[in-house]
Design a protein around this ligand. Structure first.
Ligand code: ADP
Ligand code: MG
Length: 386
């Protein structure tokens, strides 16, 4: 994926396209989730970080209600819309993200003017790194500033959630945009999804001689949407039977009791969420005390729980994880919603090439498409560049 990266080049391209200089350039990162999967909608804990791959937007407000959008990403032409016509569920492609953000801000009573926007992103699409939230967070940062709304990060998180849930129609939580908006260099974002409380937790893999590899399997299985909805339903059922508001309120000590109350499938789903919440807390504790080299076992256990209890892995993800572990990674797990997308592998620097080669080889041998493998490091959250 190409990116102009240079802010000046993007501003110049904006000027060429729209005939005037942008008011500014804003950037927001994608994210990777270190641990804490399917815990967000159970009001639990997650530990993502903002990555060093970002969406940049050059933006200029207009004095009418027209919106003109262009992406440097191949094959997308200019999209034109009008703010007064925005309706949830309308529009297509990537334009729904900036338009959804504008709509969500308007819903909050903010007087959003029309705007011209040029997007340039190097966050891989559909790899589970939240390229969509990177766009939304860059746009909302720009509009929050240019309208003078000055909303705090917690409100921006809810507004982008509203854009995704209502305007785009994707049932996402608050993790991705929290990482993108609130992340910081060298830090993971320990987020309590019940009250949006954030603690930044140092995650300096490099200083521990480690790299975090992302293995994008490039697969997206067709049951992803239905699987996600049914997992959510199981979690709600489990919480109801156990008499709690959300599974966040169930500790590991209640699992034995739960086994007498829940059917087998619901028990497995509940057990994943309950133990995963516990693993997030343990990861934060271990990171603080011993550093990244000590969290491998927790990453492995998270994968096993998603594979066997939550049943959201797939052969490609399992192969990526198993091959990484067999070739020197100290911990590996699928990351993201499941049924495809990416795995992460925490790997000693000296083993990186071996892991990469082995995963590529194993995918070829299995007859799978070649995966995309790259490293990510915790980077700054959304900010203005120019
Ligand atoms: P994810 O957020 O996990 O990457 P989504 O399906 O939520 O996956 O979002 C991917 C969508 O975001 C793409 O289908 C595309 O519409 C849009 N998108 C992301 N980056 C760009 C880009 N640089 N240019 C145009 N559209 C983009
Ligand atoms: Mg997305």
């Amino acid at each position: 994926m190409t990116t102009t990266t240079d802010t000046g080049v993007l501003a110049a391209r904006f000027q060429e396209t729209f005939g005037a200089a942008p008011d500014g350039v804003w950037q927001a990162p994608g994210r990777v989730n270190l641990i804490g999967e399917h815990t967000d909608y159970n009001e639990g804990f997650v530990l993502p970080f903002a990555i060093d791959k970002t969406a940049k937007v050059a933006l200029r407000v207009r004095d009418d209600s027209a919106v003109r959008l262009l992406s440097t990403f191949g094959g997308h032409g200019l999209v034109e819309a009008d703010l007064s016509d925005l309706e949830p569920g309308t529009g297509e492609g990537w334009s729904r993200y900036p338009l959804g953000v504008a709509w969500a801000l308007k819903e909050r009573g903010i007087d959003v003017p029309g705007f011209d926007l040029l997007l340039d992103s190097d966050v891989p699409l559909g790899a589970g790194l939240s390229s969509s939230h990177a766009i939304e967070c860059a746009v909302i940062s720009a509009l929050n500033e240019l309208t003078g709304a000055g909303l705090p990060a917690e409100e921006l998180v809810l507004a982008t959630q509203c854009a995704e849930n209502v305007y785009v129609g994707a049932p996402t939580g608050i993790m991705d945009q929290s990482a993108s908006l609130r992340g910081a260099k060298g830090q993971a974002v320990f987020l309590d999804c019940r009250d949006q409380h954030v603690d930044l937790v140092p995650f300096d893999a490099e200083a521990s001689g480690l790299v975090l590899l992302v293995i994008d399997t490039k697969v997206s299985h067709s049951h992803a949407d239905g699987g996600y909805a049914s997992r959510r339903a199981s979690c709600e059922l489990g919480a109801e039977i156990l008499g709690v508001k959300a599974l966040r309120d169930v500790g590991v000590e209640r699992l034995e009791e739960a086994s007498g109350l829940l059917d087998e499938t619901t028990l497995k789903r509940v057990r994943h969420v309950v133990t995963e919440n516990d693993r997030v807390l343990q990861t934060v504790e271990v990171l603080g005390r011993k550093g990244p080299a000590s969290i491998g076992g927790l990453l492995d256990a998270s994968h096993v729980s998603m594979r066997d209890d939550f049943e959201i892995s797939c052969p490609e993800l399992d192969l990526a994880v198993d091959t990484s572990r067999a070739n020197g990674a100290i911990g590996a797990r699928m990351t993201g919603g499941g049924f495809g997308g990416s795995a992460i592998a925490l790997t000693p620097v000296g083993q990186e090439q071996q892991v990469r080669d082995a995963v590529v080889r194993s995918f070829a041998e299995a007859g799978y498409n070649a995966p995309d493998i790259f490293t990510v490091t915790p980077a700054a959250g959304a900010r203005r560049l120019a």
